[in-house]
Design a protein around this ligand. Structure first.
Ligand code: IMP
Length: 194
């Protein structure tokens, strides 16, 4: 049995990854290895933050570690809020305030192209790898839908008329940035640990 630490305090991310990994992998949370739920992330790119969190945990527990970072990149805002998506409207990390600020910044703007991007870092015995997933789309004129979390009510994936928050969970998970990054990681782990 290979034990791997997932560096998140988010139970949803834990369950999502657990369901996708081969049965020979036992997924542990930060608390299982005596680490705090919030690891330092002070980088200026998604990749830097994912690696920072995975390194922090790996250096302390010695086990293989996975960490992720996600951002919403809006073309006309030169990629903002990007790596700062969680705190776009302030330290309180409030989804409604973040969306209100984003819609304000795009008021009257025609070009609403954007993408979600997730970077997953995996470190095992000091060897570092990263995997990326993205989904392109546009920012809606106003929030729509009750599902999902974060920026889901204002993100319309390419090829859909619905926002992520209007889609059911399975439909979002079939195309989401995080699912695509996880698939790339799982392909690599499955080849190694089956
Ligand atoms: P984190 O890297 O998962 O902490 O996410 C950074 C920011 O992006 C937070 O504001 C999240 O709410 C937002 N975010 C991450 N994934 C998604 C998603 O799938 N849909 C909508 N917002 C997301």
């Amino acid at each position: 049995m290979e034990r791997i630490v997932l560096c998140t305090g988010n139970a949803g991310k834990m369950a999502e990854l657990k369901a996708l990994l081969p049965p020979s992998v036992q997924l542990l949370g930060l608390a299982d290895v005596g680490l705090p739920a919030d690891l330092p992330e002070t980088g200026h790119t998604l990749q830097a933050n994912a690696l920072q969190k995975a390194r922090f945990a790996h250096e302390r527990c010695g086990l293989p570690c996975i960490a992720d970072d996600t951002g919403l990149e809006v073309d006309t805002l030169h990629g903002e809020p990007g790596v700062y998506s969680a705190r776009y409207a302030g330290e309180q990390r409030d989804a409604a305030a973040n969306m209100a600020k984003l819609l304000g910044a795009l008021h009257g703007v025609q070009d609403r192209r954007a993408r979600f991007r997730t970077v997953l870092a995996f470190i095992r015995e000091g060897v570092e790898e990263t995997f990326e997933g993205r989904v392109d789309g546009t920012i809606a004129l106003a929030p729509r839908g009750l599902g999902g979390f974060g920026y889901d009510p204002v993100f319309i994936p390419a090829g859909s008329t619905l926002t992520f928050a209007e889609m059911d969970k399975a439909a979002k998970n079939a195309i989401s940035h995080r699912a695509r990054a996880v698939e790339a990681l799982v392909r690599s782990l499955t080849a190694r640990y089956r």
